[in-house]
Design a protein around this ligand. Structure first.
Ligand code: HEC
Length: 95
């Protein structure tokens, strides 16, 4: 039994080394669960992250357009939280 233990430990260590997780490269800035779940259905995050900084009203207009014009299935009760996220990370204060 003792022999097996000595033989297997280094193998296990090798295997562990091989399976390191890849470095994380988040698509959206952190905290983006809502955007991740609701805004990537039709297009990439770049439609959002490459916009010039928008005010909350402008983001709201954009999100409303996604819902009404394109049919984005964003639950009404999530809109405020999503706007918080968009304004904080891709926005600017109202002028
Ligand atoms: C049902 C499909 C769909 C979903 C879901 C969706 N979009 Fe869009 N979005 C579109 C389409 C279609 C365009 C226009 C593409 C074009 O004109 O080339 C677009 C374009 C945009 C643009 C570029 C500016 C503009 O108005 O054309 C922004 C910003 C944007 N979307 C934000 C969002 C956000 C934020 C969400 C999450 C709430 C979202 N989208 C979810 C379909 C969608």
């Amino acid at each position: 039994m003792k022999r097996f233990a000595i033989f297997f430990i280094p193998l296990a260590a090798l295997a562990a080394d091989e399976w390191k997780l890849p470095e994380e490269r988040p698509v959206f800035k952190p905290g983006a669960d809502l955007a991740q779940a609701n805004c990537l259905i039709c297009h990439s995050h770049e439609y959002i992250s490459t916009q010039p900084p928008l005010t909350r009203d402008q983001w709201k207009a954009s999100v409303t357009k996604m819902q009404q014009k394109y049919g984005a299935p964003l639950p009404a009760e999530s809109v405020d939280a999503l706007l918080d996220y968009l304004v904080k990370n891709y926005g600017k204060p109202a002028q």
